[in-house]
Design a protein around this ligand. Structure first.
Ligand code: PLP
Length: 284
């Protein structure tokens, strides 16, 4: 029989990705897996799962490791992460967090190298600004603010910075709505001999109206509490990347910080993804 390949739009792909009803008695919607711990089919499977988590074994292709413990990973987070991917053009991988702040903090902590510096656009959402001043700078990292929307100042700051690990841009900025040119910043980081990462807080325009990864950003960060959640009834955060290894690094740090999004919140949030484009277009 001729094999038909179905190509669906991203807004439709969120309905079908990440969940196989066969694994859950045919239910059309995923169940909520409220389990902190997972059972291995054999001691060998346990050895292999821990080997993968500890980076001693690399999984082959689509071969998925057995789940271990919900702080590391759990089915509802996996489902939500796979459903988020088609919404962010250029993304191949996602990680979910228990707030937007948790997502931003984990990105900064994971990618600021020892002795490394951070450049950020100003203003940032107040919480992000406080995070930099009250936690990141006292830890000894150099953090420099550059006015949002000023491509020349941002390019010069990137060119002149020593040991630059990360550039964090919030565009449009909360609360001024000033926009910063993502592609120009992406070009500037690529001219550095040791390339820093470019992270965009895409909360205000994404995932419907702005796609930072196709403009050269490495990470798109969300307070999913806003448009993704849509009803002011949950807190969540997400990070998406083209390079799955960046997400693997983040989920490794997430496992240690314990800030993965819990199963119930994942379930609620994935039920909202199918309408995010409709809601954002209507709201705009
Ligand atoms: C642009 C932006 N980024 C991040 C955050 C923080 O997100 P959360 O409240 O989900 O921690 C907010 C919250 O208002 C925000 O507006």
């Amino acid at each position: 029989m001729r094999k038909i390949s179905y190509r669906v739009r991203p807004e439709t792909a969120v309905l079908t990705r990440g969940f196989d009803p066969k694994l859950s008695v045919g239910s059309a919607r995923p169940p909520v897996y409220r389990s902190s711990t997972f059972v291995f089919p054999s001691p060998e499977a346990a050895e292999r799962a821990f080997g993968i988590v500890l980076g001693k074994i690399r999984p082959l292709g689509d071969d998925r490791p057995d789940l271990i413990y919900a702080r590391l990973n759990h089915p509802n987070a996996e489902i939500l992460e796979q459903q988020l991917v088609p919404l962010e053009r250029g993304a191949n991988s996602a990680a979910v967090f228990n707030s937007g702040m948790a997502a931003i903090f984990t990105v900064i902590l994971a990618f600021l190298e020892r002795g490394g510096s951070l450049i950020y656009t100003q203003p940032l959402y107040g919480g992000s600004q406080h995070l930099i001043h009250q936690i990141i700078e006292p830890l000894g990292f150099d953090a420099r603010g550059v006015p949002a929307g000023n491509t020349k100042a941002l390019t010069e700051a990137i060119e002149q910075a020593n040991n630059l690990s990360l550039v964090l841009i919030e565009t449009p900025a909360n609360p001024t709505l000033v926009m910063t040119d993502i592609a120009q910043a992406a070009a500037a980081v690529r001219r550095k001999p040791k390339r820093p990462l470019l992270a965009i807080d895409n909360t205000l325009l994404g995932p419907t109206f702005q796609h930072p990864l196709i403009h050269g950003a490495d990470l798109a960060i969300y307070s999913a509490t806003k448009f993704l959640g849509g009803f002011s009834d949950l807190l969540a955060g997400a990070v998406l990347a083209t390079d799955p290894e960046l997400i693997e690094t983040l989920t490794g740090v997430r496992a240690l910080l314990g800030n993965i999004l819990q199963a119930d919140e994942c379930w609620i949030l994935d039920s909202r993804l199918s309408t995010v484009a409709l809601r954002m277009n209507r709201q705009s």
